[in-house]
Design a protein around this ligand. Structure first.
Ligand code: PMP
Length: 410
């Protein structure tokens, strides 16, 4: 086989299908989020100042002074890297404190850190489903790739239930022997549609059919609940979930992932998960920054409230000019274009002519025909930013001859 030809052909296929990913090269500047400079690779040429409208740093905590100060302080105290896996010299006091902070956030006995949310899902689901004898995983059809990969890696039997469909979940649970171990894996806020799972009802089914529950709150931690504990905290359901999984890389603005659960379950995953055991721990400065972010969002509602107000404002403005977006109860606003070429075109022109950065979301991330612009307003987007975004979108909607929704239909 000619390896280079193989690589090139595979990439050409991706390009032909319109699925080749191109990254925007952004230079961020301390204190000026959501503004950044779009650069052109290593050429050294500035292209433009842009406003980021698609970041998962949902609350701008990646620039918060508490977080930056904690990171600077930890860097000065501890140096750069953790220096090892958690088992072999990589556990610093900052890791221990962060795990305690996370356990408290979710009112669980313990928490366990991983290098990312992806790794936490892959390692925790892989280990739980793989090691509990005869376990069946009941997985929501729209679960994130990291959960799917973890479940595959476990080699456990799995059943995929229709997205957020309680009747389908119940039918699948009822088809299994009551004493067979079961794990229901699902998310709270789904990232592409921004819809929210019926967590209470899923917990009720789990009780009825003797199943464990594994909830991914990656798009909810920091954002929902009086202390940022996620949708489960908001709904008073944290104690009903077996495992709550989250990220430190989105609303908390730093990096890393975790599970929060009983002390035994965390100890079990700590003891058996290769994705925990055999990899270098996150740097202490990252742990310290994440802990500062969590502490701030536990004690303050300002960022959450302001973000919710900005989300409501963008939705109302989109409605006013008839631009279709998914009506969901979360902070994620999917503006539906429904055509991959137009979606990419709008995103390109927004960046080039308006300094607005929104990555197009095309197949296979979302089903064909539902191509979209996923907008995530933050507390630091100004009224002028919103007016500029809406004006630009309105003009491009016209130019692309995309349908508008009449006011009466909204
Ligand atoms: N779960 C979900 C639902 C996600 O959307 C993502 C990332 N987009 C992850 C897990 C992985 O989290 P992280 O980015 O921290 O690896």
């Amino acid at each position: 086989m000619h390896y280079q030809t193989f690589f090139k052909d595979a990439l050409d296929d991706l390009r032909d299908q319109g699925n080749y990913r191109v990254f925007a090269d952004l230079e961020r500047h301390r204190g000026s989020f959501p503004r950044a400079t779009a650069r052109d690779g290593t050429s050294g040429h500035d292209t433009a100042d842009v406003t980021i409208w698609c970041s998962n740093d949902y609350l701008g905590m990646g620039q918060h002074p508490d977080v930056l100060n904690a990171m600077h302080d930890a860097l000065d105290r501890c140096g750069a890297g953790a220096g090892g896996t958690r088992n072999i010299s990589g556990t610093t006091h900052d890791h221990v404190l962060l795990e305690a902070e996370l356990a408290d956030l979710h009112a669980k006995e313990a928490a366990l850190l991983f290098t990312s949310g992806y790794v936490s899902n892959w390692a925790a689901l892989g280990t739980l489903a793989g090691r509990i004898p005869d376990c069946v995983v009941l997985s929501d059809a729209l679960n994130h790739a990291s959960m799917i990969e973890g479940i595959r890696h476990s080699r456990a039997d799995r059943m995929i239930w229709k997205h957020n469909d309680l009747a389908d979940l119940e039918a699948k649970l009822a088809s299994l022997p009551i004493d067979r171990p079961k794990l229901i894996a699902f998310e709270s806020v789904y990232s592409m549609d921004g819809d929210i799972a019926p967590i209470r009802e899923i917990c009720d089914l789990a009780d009825k059919y003797n199943a464990m529950t594994y909830l991914d709150e990656v798009h909810a931690v920091g954002l929902y609940g009086p202390r940022g504990g996620g949708v489960a905290e908001q709904e008073g359901l944290m104690d009903r979930l077996t495992v709550i999984e989250g990220t430190l890389g989105k609303a908390f603005g730093v990096m890393g992932g975790y599970i929060a659960a009983s002390a035994e379950l965390c100890d079990f995953v700590r003891s058996f998960a290769s994705g925990f055991i055999f990899t270098t721990a996150i740097p202490p400065a990252v742990a310290a920054g994440a802990a500062a972010s969590i502490r701030h969002l536990k004690a303050n509602n300002t960022e959450r409230r302001t973000q919710q107000a900005k989300v409501a404002q963008v939705r109302a403005d989109l409605d006013r000019i008839g631009i279709p977006h998914v009506d969901n109860p979360s902070h994620i606003i999917p503006v539906m274009v429904g055509d991959p070429v137009k979606c990419k075109f709008i995103s390109d022109v927004l960046l080039k002519d308006y300094g607005v950065y929104i990555q197009p979301i095309n197949y296979p991330t979302v089903p064909k025909g539902t191509e979209r612009l996923r907008i995530t307003p933050s507390p630091v987007h100004s009224d002028a930013d919103i007016a500029h975004l809406i004006g630009a979108l309105g003009g491009l909607w016209e130019q692309c001859q995309l349908a508008r929704i009449p006011m009466a239909a909204q």
